[in-house]
Design a protein around this ligand. Sequence first.
Ligand code: ADP
Length: 246
Amino acid sequence: MPERFILSVEDLTVSFDGFKAVDHLSFYVEPNECRVIIGPNGAGKTTVLDLICGRTKATGGTVKFKGMNLLDMREDQIVHAGVGRKFQTPSVYEDLSVFENLELSYPKGHGVFGAIFFNQDQVVQDRIQEIAETIFLADQLDEKAAYLSHGQKQWLEIGMLLIQDPELLMLDEPVAGMSVAERKKTAELLNRIIQDRSVIVIEHDMGFVADIATRVTVLHRGEMLSEGSMDHVQNDPKVVEVYLGH
Ligand code: ADP
């Protein structure tokens, strides 16, 4: 029977010197879902992504992705399994062009035979072109990344993840520092991405959340405070009290 969820997080817990940053958290992400995690500063949002991608080791719980328990895997194995993670600040190679940044991120090791029997160069170039169009940078392929706007750098980094074909993409505040126009285009990009993958986004901008979220998870002090549609969580008295009411 096919799994309904691409990601199942159950009882996820981590303590730092006795302080529970994430406390028995459970949530489930479906295919083609854009899950947005919101919550006040220090709620544990970034730590949750760190736990899922193997950057931080959990104290307890399970994280199942396509049947694999990610908590038993190393960070590189988790990437290889199909989980991409973007951090808050863009980390592109400033001295390289958009094309070269994407080329460097193209997954290696497709086997010697692929290179012999197929024109691998053409395959890679076509894929780079396709990704560049998706991230609104098709006209900037030869531009050095250093000359891109902050928003364009964020898109390039998303492209560098997309070219690895992850099934789950995790983004930490992708529109921080972006112009209004760039935010709108980023919402369009995420809505396009979830046509064939799932996304988890940490976000503060509620207007942007409304544009992208399939469902919202509200964290507070490492615990789940509320979960559901944007409408549901916005009208949940617990959320109003501890978060939106501030
Ligand atoms: P958010 O992303 O919601 O702002 P974080 O996940 O960054 O929250 O942090 C949650 C809490 O865990 C904070 O109190 C933070 O100081 C603490 N924390 C996060 N990572 C560590 C760490 N490696 N060591 C100790 N405390 C940490």
